[in-house]
Design a protein around this ligand. Structure first.
Ligand SMILES: O=P(O)(O)OP(=O)(O)OP(=O)(O)OC[C@H]1O[C@@H](n2cnc3c(O)ncnc32)[C@H](O)[C@@H]1O
Ligand SMILES: [Mg+2]
Length: 181
C-alpha cells in the first residue's frame, strides 16, 4: 500500500485528492509547510520543483498539485497567477474582466508533481474545458468553482462527487495511478 504526503495549504484540493486516492487504497497525509514556488509561465516546472524540494526535505514520497484557470479571452490569465488573483481580486473581479467578452471558454489545469527522496520528479497533467459563467453560482467546491461552467452547471453547483468524476484534478490523478501501478 502506498503512503504519500501531499504538500498543500489548500483544504479544498486536499479533500478532493483524499477522496480520490482513498478509493484507490492510497493513504494520503496533508503537510502544510509549503514549498518555494518558481515564477514560471506554466505549471509543470512549478510542480516538478516543488515535489523534488519537499521530498528531499521530508525524506518521504511527496506529491504537490499546482493548478490554475486559463481563460482564453484573457490570453490564459490568471493561469500560473491563479492563487494570487483568487486571493487578491476574487471571482467578482474576474467576472468584471470578462463582462464584455463573448468567448467565455476556459481551461482548468492541474499538474500533480510526485517525487521520492533521491529520485527525479514526475509530473501528470489533467485539464477540463468549460466556460466562465456570467455570475457566481453554487456553494460547493472552492476557489473558482462557482464561475466555471461545465455543461450548464458550475463546479460549485455540481457537488464533490460529480466534480471528482470529471475534474482536471481527477484526470491528472488518473495518469498518476497508471504510472504508480
Ligand atoms: O498550497 P497550494 O497547494 O499551492 O494551494 P493554492 O491554493 O496556493 O493553489 P495553487 O498555488 O495551485 O493555485 C491555484 C489557484 O486556483 C484555484 N483552484 C485550483 N484548483 C481549483 C479547483 O478545482 N476549483 C476551483 N479553484 C481551483 C485555487 O483555489 C488557487 O487559488
Ligand atoms: Mg500555491
Amino acid at each position: 500500500m502506498h503512503k504519500i504526503v501531499f504538500v498543500t495549504g489548500n483544504k479544498g484540493k486536499f479533500g478532493e485528492v483524499k477522496e480520490i486516492l482513498e478509493a484507490k487504497d492510497i493513504e494520503v497525509i496533508q503537510n502544510r509547510d509549503g514549498y518555494p514556488e518558481l515564477q514560471e509561465d506554466d505549471l509543470e516546472p512549478i510542480a516538478a520543483y516543488g515535489a523534488k524540494w519537499a521530498s528531499e526535505k521530508l525524506g518521504m514520497p511527496v506529491m504537490v498539485d499546482d493548478s490554475g484557470l486559463f481563460i482564453k479571452a484573457l490570453n490564459g490569465f490568471p493561469g500560473p497567477y491563479s492563487a494570487f488573483v483568487e486571493e487578491n481580486l476574487g471571482n467578482k473581479k474576474v467576472l468584471r474582466l470578462m463582462e464584455d467578452e463573448k468567448d467565455r471558454s476556459a481551461t482548468f489545469k492541474s499538474v500533480i508533481g510526485y517525487c521520492e527522496p533521491g529520485g527525479e520528479p514526475e509530473v501528470f497533467t489533467g485539464t477540463v474545458g468549460g466556460n466562465i459563467s456570467f455570475e457566481e453560482r453554487g456553494t460547493g467546491g472552492f476557489g473558482y468553482d462557482p464561475i466555471f461552467d461545465y455543461n450548464g452547471k458550475t463546479f460549485g453547483e455540481l457537488g464533490n462527487e460529480e466534480k471528482n468524476k470529471v475534474s482536471h484534478r481527477r484526470r491528472a490523478l488518473d495518469k498518476f495511478f497508471e504510472w504508480l501501478d
